[in-house]
Design a binder for this molecule. Sequence first.
Ligand code: FAD
Ligand code: NAD
Length: 464
Amino acid sequence: MDEIAAKVLVIGGGPAGYVCAIRAGQLGLETVLVEQAEFGGTCLNVGCIPSKALIHVADAFHAAQGHAGSGAFGLSVGSASLDFAKTIAWKDSIVGRLTGGVKSLLKKSSVRIVEGRATIEDGKTCIVSTSRGDMRIRAEHLVLATGSEPAALSALPFGGSVLSSTDVLTLTAVPQHLVVVGAGYIGLELGTAFAKMGAQVTVVEAAERILPAWDEELTRPVAKRLGSLGVEVRTANFAQGLTDDGSTLTVKHVNGDVSLLAADNILVAVGRKPRTQGFGLERLDLAFDGPFVAIDRRCATSMRHVWAIGDLTGEPMLAHRAMAQGKLVAEVIAGQRREFDHRAIATICFTDPEIVTVGLLPEQAKASNVSVATARFPFAANGRALTQGDELGFIRVVTRADNDLVLGIQAVGAGVSELAAGFALALEMGATVEDIAGTIHAHPTRSEAFQEAALGASGYALHI
Ligand code: FAD
Ligand code: NAD
């Protein structure tokens, strides 16, 4: 068997693992990265990137249909049509460009790439089965970055018409009737996209309302838009399983009522689970935090020189968190003093309209035993939103009432994802209301609603 040795061995080439390997290479650490599938992991291949490509096409198609139908803005176009096979080919070309780019970046940083499935032997060794036979890799530091996979419902296993988020991204035609189980990130991002591309969409959600991780004020504009898109939302309902012919989903309301939903496809999007099985992880003496590998603030596991990063280590399961942890671990291994700070990780839901949150929601802030104030500014009073013909939503700031420190920032509205950087920077820098209110925000932009919300928190919003 071939054997190689390195300072750092990274298992998994998703956002956590590939960023860790690039940074370790930049820092002069001899690094090997093992990946069993395509570089870029879930995010680039079957997650963030392909889903956003589909959402973009769906938005463009829906807007074109709107112009064809109503001549909004005095603009009218011929009837819009969608060649879904071309949409998928375009989406795949974007994925191909980005995954190829990751490989080039790894090579540029002198990372040794091993393509194959790693099986852990001990805390310093793994065996990789490659197309040219097995290879043993030894390293001083082992970085676990094996990510996560879709969680299935036992009554509704993936297969046939029951699709995971990975499967739904490879459909060759827009289904006539798509049932989505789970009104979280994936269910609503992709459910909305398919509705805009012409599917009749029904969403089944176990909780009392959609997007239950966020407060109702924030998610109400999304619920409203789903209604205007004709998406049927059934909250407080649980998916029970398929009828014998496989064409109909049985759902049960919390009050006991049972109903049947006919569907061409059923997307099950009820969360993701960390990838911990089938590659020898149990041979390590690792502590777990529920299903996730437990780590400290340096991403160290309970075993010396074994590190874990990304979705494998828990919520929030987001690509930017994974990448930040990857960079941090490489720097810690190189001897730098680093600690991970969760405070300013933005979450973005690419629904219509989009939702952004950074820091604490109002209820979370109140639970921290300080006196809390909130102020919000609606896009209905924002010039840019009006010129874009979409005034749904608002920006909200959550502050400490005693010293005006900003504890959280939330927004819901068209295009607000691009405001996430400014929000995160404000929290990261420990901004007060006065810092935001005193920053001149360019006109006409949606970001002015951020300044106005901060002015509102100071008691004198100017444009409302
Ligand atoms: P992964 O990306 O899962 O990568 C793990 C890698 O390890 C995989 O490539 C896998 O093949 C490899 N691997 C596993 N075991 C082995 C082994 N034994 N040997 C070799 N290789 C192995 N996040 C966002 O921040 N923004 C978004 O908009 C967003 N959209 C999403 C949309 C969808 C539909 C989905 C499913 C997810 C989305 N996410 C989004 C989440 C994001 O994709 C993940 O948080 C991110 O990919 C986690 O990175 P990771 O490196 O920890 O794991
Ligand atoms: P999620 O946790 O966001 O939503 C799952 C939803 O399913 C919840 O609302 C839950 O109440 C519901 N649910 C659970 N069991 C159910 C049942 N039996 N019947 C009906 N509803 C049920 O999970 P997801 O949408 O699968 O996304 C997984 C993860 O992927 C997210 O947590 C996130 O970390 C990541 N992701 C992020 C983005 C983004 O950043 N924009 C996009 C997609 C995915």
